[in-house]
Design a protein around this ligand. Structure first.
Ligand code: PGA
Length: 250
């Protein structure tokens, strides 16, 4: 049985004081549940937040990680730097990175490799656009996103990785993929991994993201290949994020 995982991606939606209010509320109210809870604040607040959650079950993650270990890469943050502040996870290839910052499949694969070699668990984000869904190429697009990383990093590295599926048309739009639509893609991803390694396929957590809310989390998590959720908007409110997290115990 794979362990549940709820990740809150705060994106660029908090300032220092609201980030602290949010983390304090999560620390104060987190229920004891047999699943992991990760928060991904903006880089700048990671040191302070890591200190706040040091003696709790909450885990710190980052929203991205550099594709290199060190050097002249203005504006980038390396896996080793994240590690210094107790970050355990890093999202790589979020659709917003792919869409607005030209992160290609290859660049995402390089970020993934850096996370692995720096001891950080990469959360490889995969997604398709509405157009790709409608013209029937969604599965090909997702396969390409994953295969590029497998080619570069090797399938064994996925023993220490997480995959998320976040259809672009469902992010921040209020439109969630139906449980079955999400399950179909998650099943496809698991089969793709199984074609290289059954052991990795059995172990890897595959998360759904895209307008996850307290109202829809439980049904999504009931699907056999949905092991957790990656939450944007609803993670900015401690009560709604913790309600989503509580869906694991139902
Ligand atoms: P959302 O974001 O929950 O606000 O739709 C999800 C995501 O970006 O992964």
């Amino acid at each position: 049985m794979r362990r549940g995982l709820a990740i809150g991606n705060w994106k660029m939606n908090v300032d220092r004081s609201s980030a602290m209010v949010l983390v304090n509320a999560i620390v104060a109210k987190i229920p004891e549940i047999n699943a992991d809870l990760v928060i991904c604040p903006p880089y700048l607040y990671i040191p302070e937040i890591s200190e706040k959650i040091a003696n709790t079950s909450i885990i710190c993650g980052a929203q991205n990680v550099a594709a290199h270990s060190t050097g002249a890469y203005t504006g980038e943050i390396s896996a080793a730097m994240l590690k210094e502040f107790d970050c355990k996870y890093a999202i790589v290839g979020h659709s917003e990175r792919r869409q607005f910052y030209a992160d290609t499949n290859l660049a995402v694969a390089e970020r993934f490799c850096q996370a692995i070699s720096g001891g950080i668990i990469p959360i490889l984000s995969t997604s398709e656009t509405l157009e790709e869904r409608e013209n029937g190429t969604a599965f090909d697009v997702i396969a390409e996103q994953i295969n590029t990383v497998i080619d570069k990093a090797g399938i064994e590295s996925f023993m220490n990785a997480v995959i998320s599926y976040e259809p672009l048309w469902a992010i921040g739009t209020g439109k969630t993929a139906t449980d079955q639509q999400a399950q179909d893609v998650h099943y496809f991803i698991r089969q793709l991994i199984a074609s290289k390694s059954q052991k990795v396929a059995d172990k890897i957590q595959i998360l759904y993201g895209g307008s996850v809310k307290p109202e829809n989390a439980q049904k999504l998590l009931a699907m056999p290949d949905i092991d957790g959720v990656l939450v944007g908007g609803a993670s900015l409110n401690a009560d709604s994020f913790l309600k989503i997290y509580s869906s694991f115990q139902k």
